[in-house]
Write a protein that binds this ligand. Structure first.
Ligand SMILES: NC(=O)c1ccc[n+]([C@@H]2O[C@H](COP(=O)([O-])OP(=O)(O)OC[C@H]3O[C@@H](n4cnc5c(N)ncnc54)[C@H](OP(=O)(O)O)[C@@H]3O)[C@@H](O)[C@H]2O)c1
Length: 314
C-alpha cells in the first residue's frame, strides 16, 4: 500500500515548530525522512515570492502544510478577514509554486470548521459543501474549504498528488495554554489546575456541559498525516478522529480527576452552550489510510496535565 517511501525523502513541514508541527516532524523522522521544520521567521508564506524562495532553497519532495493563521474563538472574532485571506493565500501559493517546482506531493491539513453548522452527524466528508461554514470560525473554515478544491484542481490539471485531512479538535503535551490561543482542553486544564492550587471548593463552567465534541491526540493525528503522505490516496477530504463524541461535562470531570481537583464541578446554565453536538465519521480514514486512533482520551489528558504542570504558562 506504500506508494511513496519517505525514507531519505526531503519533507518540508510548514508550521513545523507549532503544536501539531512538532509531532508531525517526529512521525516523519521516525520513517527516515529528511525533515525541514519551518516557521514564519523562515518564510512568510502569505508572500508568493517567499514561497518561491522556499522551493528554490529547500527543494522539498513533499510539503506538509500545517501553517495557519488560527487561534481560539476570540482570535477568530477579531480577525475574520485576516484569517480568510492569509490561509487562502498560503495554501494557494504553496500549490502554485509547488507545481512549478515539480513537487511530488502536498498534504493539506484542514479543519472541521470547514463543515456547515447543520451538517448531519456523524460529520461525513461529502456534507462539507452542503451549507456555509458559519459563526466566528466560518471565514477560517471557508479558506480551508477553498484549499480542498484547490488541491483537487491542481491534481486534475497539473497531476500534483495531494491529500486533504480534516482533523477533530487536537490536544496533547505542547498545546497552547495562553489565554488568547487556547482551545477547549487547555482552557479547562488551566482552570482546574489554578482552582486546585488556590484550594477553591467549586469551579463554575459555562453552560450545561451537554454539548459534545471529538478529541484526537496530536501524536495520533501526526501518524495519520504520515500515512497520508506515503499512501496513494484520492484527493478528497478525509476526516481524522476517534469517532467518539465526548460531552463537555464528561471531559471536564476527566480533567478535574487528572488534575486531582476534589471540589465541585458546577455548571452556570444561564450562560450559552455552543453547538450541541459535533463528531466525525472516521470510516474514510480507516479505508484509505488504515488509520485508527491509538491514544485513549483519559490517558492523553493525564499526560497533557502532567506536561502543563511541568511547563506552566504565565
Ligand atoms: N490545534 C487544533 O486543534 C487543530 C484542529 C484541526 C486542525 N488544525 C490545523 O492544524 C494546523 C496546525 O495547528 P496548530 O494548532 O499546530 O497551530 P500553531 O501551533 O499555531 O501552528 C501554526 C504555525 O503556522 C505558522 N504560521 C502562521 N502564519 C504563517 C505565515 N504567514 N508564514 C509562515 N508560517 C506561518 C506559525 O509559525 P510561527 O510560530 O513561526 O509564527 C505556527 O507555528 C493548522 O493548519 C490548523 O488549522 C489544528
Amino acid at each position: 500500500m506504500t506508494a511513496l517511501d519517505l525514507g531519505g525523502r526531503r519533507v518540508v513541514v510548514t508550521g513545523g515548530r507549532g503544536f501539531l508541527g512538532r509531532y508531525v516532524c517526529k512521525a516523519f523522522e521516525g520513517r527516515g525522512a529528511e525533515v525541514v521544520a519551518l516557521g514564519s521567521s523562515d518564510y512568510d508564506l502569505t508572500e508568493q515570492s517567499e514561497v518561491r524562495r522556499l522551493y528554490q532553497e529547500q527543494s522539498p519532495s513533499v510539503v506538509v502544510h500545517l501553517a495557519a493563521a488560527c487561534g481560539g474563538i476570540g482570535a477568530n472574532i477579531e480577525n475574520p478577514a485576516r484569517f480568510l485571506y492569509e490561509n487562502a493565500l498560503m495554501g494557494l501559493s504553496l500549490l502554485e509554486e509547488g507545481r512549478r517546482a515539480g513537487l511530488d506531493k502536498l498534504v493539506l491539513i484542514s479543519t472541521t470548521c470547514s463543515y456547515p453548522k447543520d451538517a448531519p452527524l456523524p460529520l461525513q466528508e461529502d456534507s462539507i459543501w452542503s451549507g456555509k461554514p458559519v459563526g466566528a470560525t466560518g471565514p477560517y473554515g471557508m479558506a480551508k474549504r477553498l484549499l480542498h478544491e484547490a488541491c483537487e484542481t491542481y491534481g486534475r490539471q497539473y497531476g500534483l498528488p495531494c491529500a486533504v485531512l480534516v482533523p477533530a479538535n487536537l490536544y496533547g503535551p505542547g498545546d497552547h495554554f495562553e489565554e488568547e490561543k487556547s482551545h477547549v482542553i487547555p482552557a479547562i486544564i488551566r482552570r482546574y489546575v489554578e482552582a486546585k492550587d488556590a484550594g477553591l471548593e467549586s469551579v463554575s463552567n459555562w453552560g450545561t456541559g451537554t454539548p459534545t465534541r471529538e478529541f484526537l491526540h496530536a501524536a495520533d493525528a501526526a501518524e495519520a498525516i504520515a500515512l497520508a503522505a506515503e499512501r496513494d490516496v484520492p484527493c478528497e477530504p478525509i476526516n481524522l478522529g476517534t469517532g467518539v463524541e465526548t460531552s463537555i461535562a464528561d471531559l471536564t470531570t476527566m480533567i478535574a480527576a487528572a488534575v486531582g481537583y476534589e471540589g465541585e464541578v458546577a455548571w452556570d446554565t444561564s450562560k450559552p452552550d455552543g453547538q450541541p453536538r459535533r463528531y466525525l465519521d472516521v470510516s474514510r480514514a480507516r479505508e484509505h489510510l488504515g488509520f485508527s486512533a491509538a491514544i485513549d482520551l483519559e490517558a492523553g489528558l493525564r499526560e497533557t496535565v502532567d506536561w502543563y504542570r511541568a511547563n506552566p504558562v504565565e
